[in-house]
Design a protein around this ligand. Structure first.
Ligand code: ATP
Ligand code: MG
Length: 228
């Protein structure tokens, strides 16, 4: 019999294109009590809506640069508190934030005030050559953040989202040139971030070339944390 669930507060870490969005969607399906927020999806929604933040974000995103730590942290923390996620019994996962030590420290402090600290950080470790092959084939549905890949995970109707039938788009930062910059930014920022979470004893790593190989490892870690 499954024991009572403990709240899960998970961060998924990984290079651009490592499958954070795909793994998130699969986890939410498997564990319906979990909710998620993706910093990149939030920013793309702001861009689509043409807000001042979206206009600013689009300049950074299209050149593969990170937004300022203060700006992105404020956006995410506002989002978390609007959704009542600071309530210590809520289970959620973050995709794409924090991605610098500064962001991690700001988030730790805020969550600490609510006794809702992260309790699991999983690094998705996918070889870079595999990632580079995927990017060309990636399409997204901006309103939901759903991700498709023409090779591994094509939409049922070409160019359309499976659920809403709305058009899919190619991300402006999924070009060879910008993607290279994003990978470079990731390599520059990831080691201190990994060290930060390793120190707090909540870091795990899963390795594999495909989402199908990664997913069961992730499920195992999440189930252990949940006490199921
Ligand atoms: P992918 O979605 O392919 O796994 P990614 O992690 O590079 O890769 P997103 O998380 O969608 O992509 O982020 C896209 C862009 O949004 C980043 O390149 C950056 O400009 C901005 N961004 C997203 N999250 C943050 C963050 N935590 N701090 C600063 N900028 C961010
Ligand atoms: Mg993503």
């Amino acid at each position: 019999m499954a024991s009572a669930l403990r709240p899960l507060r998970l961060l998924l870490l990984g290079a651009p294109g490592s499958g954070k969005g795909t793994q998130t969607a699969r986890l939410l399906k498997q564990f319906p009590q979990i909710e998620s927020v993706s910093s990149g999806d939030l920013l793309r929604q702001q861009i689509k809506a043409g807000t001042p933040l979206g206009q600013k974000a689009s300049l950074y995103i299209s050149s593969g640069k990170l937004l300022s730590d203060e700006l992105i942290t404020k956006l995410i923390i506002t989002n978390l508190s609007n959704r009542k996620w600071m309530n210590s019994s809520a289970s959620w996962l973050l995709d794409g934030f924090p991605r610098t030590v500064k962001q991690a420290e700001l988030l730790d402090a805020e969550l600490g005030r609510h006794s809702a600290q992260l309790n699991l950080v999983v690094q998705l470790d996918v070889p870079e050559n595999v990632i580079l092959e995927r990017i060309e084939n990636r399409y997204v549905h901006v309103p939901s953040g759903r991700v498709y890949n023409l090779t591994y995970n094509p939409p049922r109707v070409p160019g359309k989202d499976d659920i809403t039938g709305e058009p899919l788009t190619k991300r402006s930062d999924d070009t060879y040139e910008v993607f290279g910059k994003r990978l470079k930014e990731y390599r520059r920022t990831v080691t201190p971030l990994i060290d930060h979470y390793a120190k707090s004893g909540i870091l795990e790593k899963v390795t594999g070339e495909t989402s199908d190989i990664i997913f069961p490892q992730l499920v195992k870690l999440v189930s252990e944390k949940f006490g199921e």
